[in-house]
Structures are given as C-alpha cells and as structure tokens.
Design a protein around this ligand. Structure first.
Ligand code: NAD
Ligand code: TYD
Length: 351
C-alpha cells in the first residue's frame, strides 16, 4: 500500500463520506476507520465499501491512550485524518464534559501517538485535523471568517474544537509534528444524524411534527454539501502545505427561517401535499443559549491556492438530500428509535 491512513470518526456523517471517497478513489491506500460508534456513528453508512480490500474498520475510543499506541505500532500509519468528535452544539450545552474528553483529551492522545511513532523524522507524514468555522465566534451583518480571524468560541462545542486546534498547532510549533487544519462551515447531505437542523426538520415534516425554530429564526449559517467537504479534505490532504490552515465554505448563506421555508416547499412538492402544509408546522421556540448569530466563510485561500471549488448549487444539494432521506426511511427509522426518543423529549420538552 502506498499510504496507510488512519481516519477517526469514519462512521459518522462527514467521516463516512470521506472514507467512501478515499476508498473508491485510491485503491493503493489502506484506509483504517477508527470509531467508537457513539449514538452518531453508524456502520450502515459504509455498507457499500465494508468489503473493500483497502478498507478496515476498528471499533475503539480515541481516549484510550494504550490503544492509540498499539494501533500506530501495528499499522504504521503515514497519516491521520482526524474527524472523531462530539459535534452537536445543543448536546454540548446540555452536558459539556464529553466534549472535553473526546474533542480535547482524545485529540491530545492521537497527537502523542503520532509524535511518538513518527519520531524526530516525520518527513512525508501528516496529521490532518478537521475543524469547524465555529471556533471564530459569531459575525455581525457583514464580514467573513478568514484564516486570520481571531478565535472567539462561544459554546462548549466550539470551545472544545478551538482547544483542539490550538493543541494541534502547538504540537507543530513545539515538536515539529507535520499538521494541517481545515475549518469548514455547516455541512448538509445524506447520513447526517437528525439532531442537526436539516435532517431533523426533514424527519419532522415527514412525520407531521412541529418544526422547532430557535428564537426568531434570523440566525445565518453558510451551508456546504458534505461531498464537497470530502473533496476539499482530499485536495488539502494531497496539495496543502504543512503548518497551514484552510477555510472551507460554499459562499452560501441562509437565514434559518428562509432555509426552513424552502425545505417546506420542496417537501410539500415531494410528498404531494398541498402547498403551505409543512409551513404550518413551524413553531417558534425558546432560543438556544448563547446562540451564535451568523457564520460565513471566506474560502478564497483554498480556492486560489489549491484550486478547490464547490460543485453544487444549494437548491440542487437540498433536493438530493431530501430525496436521500425519503428513499432511506429505514435508515431514519433505525437511528430515531430507542435513545433518540429520549434525546428528543429532553431537548425540546421545555422550549
Ligand atoms: P458526527 O457526530 O456525525 O460523527 C462523529 C463520529 O465520531 C461518530 O461516528 C462517533 O461515533 C465518532 N466518535 C465520537 N467520539 C469518539 C471517540 N471518543 N473515539 C472514537 N470515535 C468517536 O460528526 P460530523 O458532523 O461528521 O463531524 C465530523 C468532524 O467534522 C467533527 O470533528 C466536527 O467538529 C467537524 N465539522 C463538522 C461540521 C458539520 O457541519 N457537521 C462542520 C465543520 C466541521
Ligand atoms: P445546527 O444544525 O445545530 O448547527 P450549528 O448550531 O452547529 O450551526 O443548527 C443550525 C441552525 O439552526 C442554528 O442557528 C440553530 C438552528 N436550529 C433551530 O432553529 N432548531 C433546531 O431544532 C435546531 C437543531 C437548530
């Protein structure tokens, strides 16, 4: 094998798209997927590649220091693409500790293992850390996050991701570990767990349940189709410069309420319901604590230096996404049974 890559969190939403992309495109790479399989990890996301000879799944926790060392020893990884994380802001508000363990301590464990096994001559090796634009804080009506925007995280989730970014950079500056970081805007697409806005609302519309819009619905997010993120990660992994940071985003800002109304219209059409039916489900609820107002990414560095461009218009990506959820109702039913019901009741009961 030309490269042996450890991908963490590969059974999650973005990780599963990154794994499928790498496994199908690079038959001469071994792609090892290490995932704890939390509520967010789902091996059916990768059913189509699970028997490929260049793919290996290992169940494990990045917080297990000994396991990280044993895996590096056994598999002699050339590179890490680190996606494993607790990723949902509302869960980080309800219970922050898991975010500290996985996102901060888990990242340090991986950094230590890479540093130890790559030694003083890490030429050709790469620790690629996948992060979020939420580390930059919240924007007003104008302006974009660039790679130079000072960090200003405001939720336990974004604070834990910011900490992990700082540690990754510290290992580069202090120990010479070859690292790259990318910070991406909100992703959407197939296989996203229905706790995040788009799949949660698709699922609720499908089941004629209220659509809980936080506050006035005026917050703005910059949405990118998940496959475009996977391709950006591939591009940065192969062409990026060690020590650099790259912002990833699609110049695609939407106020939540406008996006929700668009989803309602598309779903009414697809479900053959009279126009306006789904909008009737919109329910304004108590705002999220510390709710960031606006995120928007300037990805010109990535576009100009490495030639990446997003492939889809948002309306196209949203149609594909809604179609996927409607065609994969079994997937939705499976992930929304059991523990999900409890989560949903706890999260929305007092709003
Ligand atoms: P996700 O919650 O869908 O998946 C996370 C995966 O990590 C799951 O498979 C889970 O089982 C695994 N995991 C969690 N804790 C683990 C542990 N201790 N050890 C091993 N595996 C563990 O998340 P996602 O949306 O796919 O996000 C992936 C990465 O991308 C995260 O680092 C996130 O911060 C970042 N990111 C996400 C977005 C987005 O919009 N979703 C945007 C930018 C960056
Ligand atoms: P989310 O998908 O949780 O992503 P993030 O908070 O990381 O940006 O939320 C996207 C936006 O949608 C955010 O402004 C919060 C809002 N939102 C709701 O209005 N209602 C909901 O039930 C959820 C989950 C999110």
């Amino acid at each position: 094998m030309k490269k042996r890559i450890l991908v963490t969190g590969g059974a999650g939403f973005i990780g599963s798209h990154v794994i499928r992309h790498l496994v199908n495109k690079y038959s001469d790479y071994l792609v090892v997927n290490l995932d704890k399989l939390t509520y967010a990890g789902n091996l059916t996301n990768l059913a189509d590649v699970e028997h490929n000879s260049n793919y290996l799944f290992l169940r494990g926790d990045i917080n297990d220091e000994g396991l990280m060392h044993r895996l590096f020893q056994e598999h002699r990884f050339d590179a890490v693409i680190h996606l494993a994380a607790e990723s949902h802001v509302d869960r980080s508000i309800a219970s922050p500790n898991e975010f500290v363990f996985t996102n901060i301590v888990g990242t340090v464990n991986l950094l230590n293992a890479a540093r130890h096994h790559w030694g003083d001559q890490p030429e050709g090796k790469l620790f690629y850390h996948v992060s979020t634009d939420e580390v930059y804080g919240s924007l007003g009506d104008t302006g974009l996050f660039t790679e130079e925007t000072p960090y200003d995280p405001r939720s336990p989730y974004s604070a834990s991701k910011a900490s992990s970014d700082h540690l990754v950079r510290a290992y580069h500056h202090t120990f010479g570990l070859p690292v790259i970081i990318s910070n991406c805007s909100n992703n959407y697409g197939p296989n996203q767990f229905p706790e995040k806005l788009i799949p949660l609302f698709i699922n609720n519309i499908r089941n004629n349940k209220p659509l809980p819009v936080y506050g006035k619905g005026e917050n703005v997010r910059d949405w990118l189709y998940v496959l475009d993120h996977a391709v950006a990660i591939d591009t940065i992994f192969h062409k990026g410069t060690v020590g650099e940071t790259y912002n990833i985003g699609g110049h695609n800002e939407w106020r939540n309420i406008d996006l929700i109304r668009l989803m309602c219209r598309v779903m009414d059409r697809k479900l053959h319901r009279p126009e306006g039916t789904s909008e009737g489900l919109i329910t304004y609820v108590t705002d999220r604590a510390g709710h960031d107002m606006r995120y928007a990414i300037d990805s010109s560095k990535l576009q100009q230096q490495l030639g990446w461009v997003p492939s889809l218009q948002f309306e196209e990506g949203l149609e594909l996404t809604i179609d996927w959820y409607l065609e994969n109702q079994q997937w939705l039913d499976a992930v929304t049974s059991g523990e999900y019901q409890q989560y949903y009741d706890n999260m929305y009961k007092d709003r």
